[in-house]
Design a protein around this ligand. Structure first.
Ligand code: PRP
Length: 179
């Protein structure tokens, strides 16, 4: 259930590491003099976030949340509910949300206004992957690792049916695996 299930490797571990370093350098520069609160959205962002924070040269703290979509039909409609809330108070903090992927835009376009109500000093989003073709609600992350076409990607935190998250690369799953 691994490499033989991939149609294509999109990003090798080396390509991911290079891009993560670039994002971390940009974040280090943009948040100079600040101590951001880096918030991982479980579960998909855990690998990206672990690599990213280790390259950010700033005093920072980390926290996590888990949001999921509910409601009508397919994965991307409906409301977003917090299954796990932050442990920390974000009021006055420079909050940077870490996402593995922005797909329909549903999760973040609903989650951000909720977090904004808590009075952070700033609230931004860093997404490793962006699939603009799939957008249902308008959303643009402040930092994007890679813009990708509408393909079923797994690895580096991203799952299919909770599997493949531990792959060190990002690959496109063979349709025969999920059809
Ligand atoms: C994925 C991903 C984002 C969301 C993006 O999470 O991590 O949070 O979907 O999709 P959207 O833009 O269409 O809202 P998922 O709910 O699959 O949970 P996971 O992180 O545990 O894999």
């Amino acid at each position: 259930m691994m490499e033989q299930d991939m149609q294509e490797i999109l990003f090798t571990p080396e390509a991911l590491a290079r891009r993560v370093k670039e994002l971390a350098d940009q974040i280090t520069q943009d948040y100079a003099g600040k101590s951001p609160l880096i918030v991982g959205t479980l579960r998909g962002s855990f690998v990206f976030m672990a690599d990213l924070v280790r390259q950010i040269n700033l005093p920072l703290t980390v926290d996590f949340l888990s949001a999921s979509s509910y409601g009508s039909g397919t994965e991307s409609s409906g409301q977003v509910k917090l299954k796990l809330d932050l442990a920390d108070d974000i009021s006055g903090r420079d909050v940077l949300i870490i996402e593995d992927i922005v797909d329909s835009g549903n999760t973040l376009s609903k989650l951000l206004p909720e977090l904004q109500k808590r009075g952070p000093a700033s609230l931004k989003v860093c997404a490793l992957l962006d699939k603009p073709e799939r957008r249902v609600l308008p959303f643009q992350a402040n930092y994007v690792g890679f813009t990708i076409p509408d393909a079923f990607v797994v690895g580096y935190g991203l799952d299919f049916d909770q599997h493949y998250r531990q792959l060190p690369y990002i690959g496109v799953l063979k349709p025969s695996v999920y059809e």
